[in-house]
Design a protein around this ligand. Structure first.
Ligand SMILES: Cc1ncc(COP(=O)(O)O)c(C=O)c1O
Length: 414
């Protein structure tokens, strides 16, 4: 059958006439297929899914009750555009009380987002011209870079390695890149490495941004999920508001991934530009959802309970993986445990060598029915997420025991 004429109309940025014709299978699709194949080969068996990047539980009952109450109000029914004051004020209070950032002006320095992903896809329109460089960490969450490329921007990747504490080496950037760089995107606690940033690193970022006249976007999607101490906000760094913005989200901190709500805060000029493009992109999140999100930002004890659960699971997982020979160290926050991938595994069936983390991940699903996410971008690593399905602490222990027993007959070589 000949192609529809529509095939010839696609923009080059998504592949032009070749759009949809690539036979390459991407990482997450390979994982899905391997999971399906493992289930077919082992009917009724339990796949332990440590690959999921979202909470295993729903929002707390009080959040759902708040949504219900707000959804009943006729005044919340319409387009919310760039939002009312409720979430803005709650965000400013949250930054002050929870993140130690006083003095955020809710009128000019905060605006809601329909999730951080949406904000990261909108912001390049406000900043990127063809030929501009964006500095992105790799491995990482690619959305800002993808949209920058749509606008003709270029991405310079900064590798995150264990030797560098999973922080980007800002001194490694070639002068010709820096001279054309407009934006640095960072994310701590980090997906996928689980690493946290120190105040000293944030101070270095502010100094770097001021010296090179670069905008900083700190994606703080996991900022509140800390196992001890306060969430580390980039905005708490002296000078941060002169160079950048921070993105917060209810998705992970309040088990609200499907609700799509967060906020952008910081430099008022950047917040205004974000708002102008956003206004031409969407018509705002449903006010009832914004108000339920505001309720959450005023109840950080919800996040503390969620973080305590992840912390407990993390302790268990670190023990199990160390027992299996991995060098696992508990991160200070997030729900990701990032470990170096083994080079080989010896079992009763023999010895198998792995070329990269992807091969390890495929082997773990096929042979052990344990799903992980492989990253081969900067080094070969596996990401285990403690958002695996478990009904209660006793069930968590059962799942962790099951992992230990499945890995019990394997000798990994690193
Ligand atoms: C680093 C990072 N940023 C942003 C997001 C998206 O967050 P939201 O649900 O607020 O769009 C994710 C989700 O996985 C993430 O890992």
């Amino acid at each position: 059958m000949s192609d529809s004429y529509i095939q010839n109309l696609f923009a080059e940025r998504i592949g032009g006439r070749q759009y949809g014709k690539s036979t390459a299978i991407y990482k997450f699709e390979k994982i899905k297929r391997a999971k399906r194949a493992a289930l077919t080969a082992n009917p009724g068996a339990e796949i332990i899914d440590m690959g999921v990047g979202e909470p295993d539980e729903m929002a707390f009952p009080e959040t759902v009750a708040k949504l219900h109450e707000e959804a009943l109000k006729p005044e919340n029914r319409g387009y919310s555009d760039n939002g009312d004051d409720v979430l803005k004020q709650a965000a400013a209070r949250y930054l002050d009380r929870v993140c130690g950032v006083p003095g955020i002006n809710p009128e000019t320095e905060v605006l809601h987002s329909i999730g951080s992903k949406a904000a990261l896809s909108i912001l390049p329109a406000a900043l990127i011209n063809p030929g501009d460089y964006v500095l992105m960490t790799t491995p990482g969450y690619p959305v800002f870079g993808t949209h920058s490329k749509y606008y003709g921007g270029l991405v310079h990747n900064l590798p995150l390695t264990e030797a560098g504490n999973f922080l980007p080496d800002l001194d490694s950037i070639p002068a010709e890149v820096i001279s054309k760089a407009k934006v640095l995107v960072i994310n701590y606690p980090n997906n996928p490495t689980g690493a946290s940033a120190s105040p000293e690193f944030f101070a270095k970022v502010v100094e770097f941004a001021m010296r090179h006249r670069i905008v900083v976007i700190h994606d703080a999607a996991y900022a509140a999920l800390v196992f001890e101490g306060k969430p580390a906000s980039f905005l708490a760094t002296p000078g941060a508001k002169e160079v950048g913005i921070e993105l917060h989200s209810t998705s992970k901190s309040f088990n609200m991934t499907g609700w799509r709500c967060g906020f952008v805060a910081g430099n008022s000029l950047l917040v205004k530009a974000y708002g102008d493009v956003k206004d031409n992109t969407d018509s705002g999140q449903f006010l009832a959802i914004q108000h339920a999100a505001a309720y959450c930002f005023d109840h950080p004890e919800i996040t503390q309970k969620i973080a305590a659960k992840y912390s407990r699971r993390m302790d268990g997982l670190v023990k199990v993986l160390c027992g299996a020979g991995f060098k696992a160290r508990k991160p200070r926050g997030s729900f990701f445990l990032y470990v170096a991938a083994p080079k080989a595994a010896v079992t009763k069936k023999g010895r198998i060598e792995f070329k990269n983390a992807e091969e390890v991940s495929q082997w773990l699903i096929t042979e052990k029915l344990i799903s992980t996410v492989p990253w081969d971008d900067a080094c070969a690593n596996l990401r285990f997420s403690v958002t695996f399905a478990a009904k209660n602490p006793a069930d968590e222990q059962r799942v962790l025991g099951e992992i230990a027993s499945r890995l019990g007959d394997v000798k990994f070589e690193f």
